[in-house]
Write a protein that binds this ligand. Structure first.
Ligand SMILES: N[C@@H](CCC(=O)N[C@@H](CS)C(=O)NCC(=O)O)C(=O)O
Length: 280
């Protein structure tokens, strides 16, 4: 038995000095903190986002749809700087009451359609354009299963492991162990599935590959959270093979460059995207 280092009070109270990377944006209440309209561009789809794994899922899918020839997938991608609290502006909250990127406004419908939650945005776009989501019932169920697997699993990776391993103000053994164990189990789930399949659902690439690769592909290829060695990601050989193939897709390369500040002169990231030539 270890000794408790913290005794919870009877009723939790907000201590906004609790430390950590996100202490100044995390709040126990929802809703807007300030009035701010969202900008609007000229395209049918208005995306308000940031180039994180959740944000890149949508820009990769949009780039895939454009590559397939769907002009209706043209989009303006505006930057929402979550470190500066842009997600709490009144305009953003009206598109996503949950104050998290990504959020999409489809202005080609009357009235405009708002969609929040990256998984919901992916299904909306795949259905709107009839691409990258199988229509036959059992193939669709498999695709939805992996898509929802990602939505349910990634918070253990980002909010759990990434938070305690990379962002928390102190290193605590218990949560790092707890979440490292879960992330390695998830990587093993993927690795076993990809032993006999080219993509997550079989021979064909679909939105579940985009969603899962944005998180677990980036983890194994890009040393996310500086944890490649700690998690021994090199041992998940099928995940690496699958992620490398997806990362080579032109649309994947384009989508991952959007809504990010370039980290140096070699980095081709763009803060906002308003025309396909912005990425050419
Ligand atoms: N389940 C949501 C999660 C979105 C999410 O966590 N977004 C993060 C960035 S990756 C965010 O906007 N955080 C800002 C905040 O928590 O205030 C989705 O998949 O869309």
């Amino acid at each position: 038995m270890t000794k408790d280092t913290y005794t919870p009070p009877e009723v939790w109270e907000w201590d906004n000095q609790s430390g950590g990377k996100f202490t100044n944006i995390n709040r126990p209440i929802s809703g807007a903190t300030h009035e701010k309209d969202l900008p609007r561009g000229k395209h049918p789809l208005q995306l308000y986002s940031l180039g994180t794994p959740n944000g890149m899922k949508v820009t990769i899918l949009l780039e895939e749809l454009l590559a397939l020839g769907h002009a209706g997938a043209e989009y303006d991608a505006f930057l929402i700087n979550i470190g500066e609290g842009d997600q709490f502006g009144s305009g953003f909250v009206s598109v996503n009451p949950n104050s998290k990127i990504p959020a999409l406004l489809d202005v080609s419908t009357q009235p405009p359609t708002r969609i929040f939650e990256s998984g919901a945005i992916m299904v909306y776009l795949a259905e709107k354009f009839g691409e990258l989501l199988p229509t036959e019932a059992s193939a669709r169920a498999e695709c939805m299963s992996w898509l929802f697997w990602q939505m349910g699993s990634a918070p253990y990776l980002g909010g759990g492991f990434g938070h305690f391993y990379a962002y928390a103000p102190e290193k605590f053994e218990y949560p790092i162990n707890r979440f490292a164990m879960e992330v390695k189990r998830q990587l093993d789930v993927l690795d076993k599935n990809l032993e006999s399949r080219k993509f997550l659902c079989g021979d064909d690439y679909n939105i579940s590959d985009i969603a899962v690769c944005s998180w677990y592909g980036m983890l194994v290829l890009k040393n996310a959270y500086n944890a490649a060695k700690f998690l021994d990601v090199a041992s998940y050989k099928n995940v690496i093979r699958w992620a490398e193939e997806i990362a080579e897709r032109p649309a994947f390369k384009r989508g991952t460059r959007v809504n990010r500040a370039p980290s140096g002169p070699e980095d081709s990231a763009i803060i906002e995207r308003h025309d396909s030539s912005d990425l050419d």
